[in-house]
Design a binder for this molecule. Structure first.
Ligand code: UDP
Length: 358
């Protein structure tokens, strides 16, 4: 039997790696790794293959960046050829990026079964492109692999057959558990952290925060203010970097750098006093690490990080943000627990299930 894994953007690599490795270790399936090329440069793609120990992709569709429609269309055209030629028994798609829906749609129309890893997450905010990708992908998926029981409930309520919904745990956390011992302080001088002051780690890339000039400026103002209390370390996503440049916004007082490799970023997450983010994956990783996370969004598709973990939804309420920062600084940060099955074995459970399914 043959399985195609589809990866395209940064957060996909951490989710696909554990499934790929578990299948390689225990199953007889033939595996093909297809990279759509949605993220393509050294810092958003290549470095993760090296650090995660993933083999080079078997096929790279090299779509590059483009508008949503152009990118989705290009991926579909190129991936259709791959599926016709390779005739896989299953296509596994990950997360909520354009590559996820594009390849799921191609597969299902060619009569090939689709498995969605990280199914059943919803922010209930259709203004987010990722939410549309999640809804559409789950509506054509055959096998659903989830990170929380809440996701199972949602899928079944929306009509997914319960016997095809599997709570396997969190693959992104598998990668974290495996690589935490190898986490390494960034060599970059700008990021030399001052241990006595401590530092806040920041990531930002959601269109709702960075596309709108007013909201991006407001957030940078807050970061500059925070920079007076502690060091602020901000590896800047390419989308955000472009906006900051276009709008000529100031970053003074903030320790900025290009996006970091996984091992360097993991070191920063583990050692930060707090993390301010709008990333999905970072909300989960901070929950696992027990590090306070302040999410600069009105909603989250990962509610378990709020109900069980260290995550607090801030939205754009900067009074609440200041209050939360004060709590953390005075040692009263929200405490959390690690959600069930976020234990490093989600990939193994997925591989076991695939042996029964295929
Ligand atoms: N990450 C990284 N380097 C960085 C920023 C993030 O390795 O400079 C990792 C992070 O640890 C997590 C993943 O990238 O594993 C999250 O990806 P991203 O925030 O791009 O996507 P989202 O999770 O929001 O879909």
């Amino acid at each position: 039997k043959k399985i195609i894994h589809v990866v395209g953007a940064r957060p996909n690599f951490m989710k696909a790696a554990p499934v790929y490795f578990a299948i390689r270790e225990r199953s007889k399936f033939q595996q093909l790794l297809v990279h759509t090329g949605q993220h393509y440069d050294e810092r958003m793609s290549k470095i993760f293959f090296q650090q995660l120990g993933m083999p080079e992709p078997d096929i790279n569709l090299e779509v590059g960046s483009a508008s949503h429609a152009v990118m989705t269309a290009k991926i579909m055209i190129a991936f259709e050829e791959v599926v016709l030629k390779e005739k896989p028994d299953l296509v596994l798609v990950y997360g909520d990026v354009n590559s996820t829906i594009a390849c799921a749609l191609v597969a299902v129309k060619l009569g090939v079964k689709v498995g969605h890893v990280e199914a059943g997450l919803r922010s209930f905010d259709r203004g987010m492109p990722e939410e549309l990708n999640r809804i559409l992908t789950d509506s054509i998926t055959d096998y659903f692999f989830t990170t929380s029981p809440e996701a199972d409930d949602l899928l079944v309520k929306q009509g997914a057959p319960a016997e095809k919904v599997f709570f396997v745990g969190n693959g992104m956390i598998d990668t974290l558990v495996r690589l935490l011992p190898k986490a390494v302080q960034p060599a970059n001088d700008v990021l030399k952290v001052d241990e006595s002051r401590g530092f806040a780690l920041v990531t930002l890339h959601r269109p709702s925060n960075v596309d709108d000039a007013t909201s991006l400026k407001r957030i940078l103002d807050v970061l500059q203010e925070l920079g007076k209390t502690m060091q602020v370390v901000f590896p800047i996503h390419p989308r955000t970097a472009n906006r900051i440049k276009e709008l000529e916004l100031s970053l003074s007082g903030i320790s900025t750098c290009k996006p970091l490799g996984y091992l360097e970023f993991l070191w920063l997450q583990k050692n930060a006093r707090m993390v301010l983010t709008d990333s999905g994956g970072v909300q989960e990783e901070t929950t696992y690490l027990g590090v306070p996370c302040l999410t600069l969004r009105d909603n989250t598709e990962r509610p378990v990080t709020v109900t069980e973990g260290t995550n607090v939804l801030i939205g754009s309420d900067f009074k609440l943000l200041q209050q939360q920062i004060d709590e953390i600084v005075s040692g009263n940060a929200k405490q959390g627990r690690i959600p069930d099955k976020w234990d490093g074995s989600a990939g193994m459970r997925t591989a076991e299930l695939l042996e029964q399914i295929l």
